[in-house]
Design a binder for this molecule. Sequence first.
Ligand SMILES: NC(=O)c1ccc[n+]([C@@H]2O[C@H](COP(=O)([O-])OP(=O)(O)OC[C@H]3O[C@@H](n4cnc5c(N)ncnc54)[C@H](O)[C@@H]3O)[C@@H](O)[C@H]2O)c1
Length: 344
Amino acid sequence: MHYLITGHTGFKGAWLTLMLTQQGHQVSGLSLDPEPGSLYVVGAVGELVQQDIRGDIRSAGTVRTALEATSPDAVYHLAAQPLVRESYLDPRTTIETNVMGTYNVIEAISTVPSIKASVIITTDKVYRNVNQIQGYIESDPLGGHDPYSASKAMADILTQSWMLSFPGSPMAIARAGNVIGGGDVCRDRLMPDLMRGFSEGTEVSLRYPEAVRPWQHVLDCLTGYQLLMQELLAHNPKVLGQPTWNFGPGPKNLRTVGEVADLASQMWGSPASWSVPAQTHPHEAELLALDATPARQKLAWADRLDFGQAIEWTVEWTKSVNAGTDPRATTTAQIKKYVSLVNQ
Ligand SMILES: NC(=O)c1ccc[n+]([C@@H]2O[C@H](COP(=O)([O-])OP(=O)(O)OC[C@H]3O[C@@H](n4cnc5c(N)ncnc54)[C@H](O)[C@@H]3O)[C@@H](O)[C@H]2O)c1
């Protein structure tokens, strides 16, 4: 199979590229330039990519040309401005990228005959957050307090509308959140901030130590996307009838930001500390959980790494790379270890 990944230079996109190529698939990508120090850069992931296209999804022509030039069998749409805080600083770029960029991708998909299925990535933040304890289910109302959440809810609604209004090759939306793993360099994300601070020996500032999130390792999340894609490609009627899919971990992975920081610093071993500066921050949701029952029942998806393992694998990845191990080799070793866990 030949997959086109938008956002392949990002955190999840680089891991997905490595997973797919390790499985023997071809991957092409459409993205902006990678961030310095990201997995894509340090793992030389571009070497594995068939057509490595740099382009802005806000341009309909760029997206159409990229899809026509690559003629993929299937598309994973991950490209986005994915940060809540950045969305307060630059709401326009966030909306243009996440809403019109997604529109450009799904419109172009409908014009390229080689494409047999596509998975569009939104987020757990699409739900209207009422701080409920039980996880959100796919039919719960969408909302969005901050510009990022609103932009993703808009992208989600417009993709659902597109699927109903202009039915074409199978398409579905995947919602997951708070994904952690090695090689993420995004600013204002907890694990990257912790890993950077611990590596440099500087104290890490936490914004919302009491905020509860469903922490999930990137390999669990991406395996969910892949299972969904496989069933779309197989035209599984149980899956075709459902437009949106949650991929959230079980209740044991619902932990506070403070718990993540404590466990990560314990696992890091050498002095590693964090604090909460007295400063106000823009609003972010306090409690956010997903119910992934349909994915567990219809896709046989399961989160294989519990809370401690998800953190441990991220700490191990960072320590291994800091110690000079090749980042691509470190990543592929974790993918192999994960596959052997799944096959047990
Ligand atoms: N990491 C998480 O915890 C998380 C949680 C929920 C949802 N998501 C979603 O998963 C997807 C991937 O997130 P990530 O963590 O890998 O983010 P990332 O920032 O690491 O990667 C984003 C990717 O999108 C590309 N991109 C951004 N703007 C673009 C533009 N205008 N044109 C073309 N490409 C553009 C970047 O070049 C990069 O390849 C996003 O859709 C994000 O909203 C991530």
